[in-house]
Write a protein of this length. Structure first.
Length: 259
């Protein structure tokens, strides 16, 4: 079974896009509500948005399946990443709209969740670990960049409109302080996009778990408001809208290589 694609690059940069996948196994889709079958909570088109990173020498890891199958950016024991706040689980049963993912009585039980972790979650994370180690052995360091996106307004998760660029470093714990400062400097040097640093999205499981600057692994998450590169209703990618967004992402990624 094809679980993910991995492009091995030549630079210290690894771009992980854990919510880019859209595929639902047929037997699973049959248990879902019509709205969930559209996989609306996909990080739509982020692989296309980050396509330029390959030309920068970056490695890129991209899953095939939807986060509704299993969320690759949640811990395998499903501990909440944001205690006291609304969030979604390892095998989500609620959409970001708060609507159900499954038809009545069709939610996965503990055994099924464990099976999905074995089939989909562990292979992705094994590949992530192996690529981090390959890069670190070759370059002496690895920058793990977590590329994400979300609708700009999701009342179930946060109040108001999300800032355009949301940089997460687990409160400064997942990457080198100088790198964090330089990335903030890039965002502060432009006036086209609003931004937040370690706000509502401070980094998910991957950023927090693998980021270890003392051991040469810097992990950074970027959560983008989707209105900056696509139509949030139809999920259509809009190249002209996306171009300046890509340019700023490219500046951020170049900073990770230069810092």
């Amino acid at each position: 079974m094809n679980i993910f694609s991995l492009h091995r690059g030549t630079s210290p940069l690894l771009v992980s896009l854990p919510h880019n996948g859209e595929r639902l196994p047929d037997e699973l889709a049959a248990r879902m509500t019509p709205s969930a079958r559209r996989v609306p909570d996909t990080d739509w088109h982020v692989e296309r948005l980050y396509a330029f990173a390959r030309e920068m020498g970056a490695s890129m890891l991209v899953p095939v399946h939807s986060r509704y199958v299993v969320d690759l950016n949640r811990p395998p024991d499903d501990t909440s990443l944001y205690p006291g706040q609304n969030t979604t689980s390892l095998c989500p049963v609620r959409q970001f709209s708060a609507e159900p993912v499954y038809l009545d009585g069709q939610e996965p039980d503990e055994d099924e969740i464990a099976e999905r972790v074995g089939i989909y979650w562990r292979p992705y994370h094994n590949a992530l670990v192996e690529e981090i180690e390959r890069i670190r052995a070759r370059h002496g360091r690895c920058v793990l960049w977590e590329g994400h996106s979300i609708r700009s307004v999701v009342p179930f998760l946060f109040e108001g409109r999300l800032p355009d660029f949301n940089l997460g470093t687990s409160g400064g714990q997942s990457c080198d302080a100088r790198l964090r400062e330089n990335l903030v400097g890039v965002l502060e040097s432009q006036a086209d996009f609003g931004f937040a640093i370690d706000g509502r999205f401070k980094g998910g499981y991957i950023t927090r778990h693998y980021g270890n600057p003392g051991q040469g692994v810097d992990a950074v998450q970027l959560e983008l408001a989707q209105c900056n590169y696509m139509d949030e209703s139809s999920f259509e990618y809009l190249p002209d809208l996306a171009a300046p967004t890509q340019h700023l992402i490219q500046r951020l990624l170049q900073e990770t290589l230069d810092s």
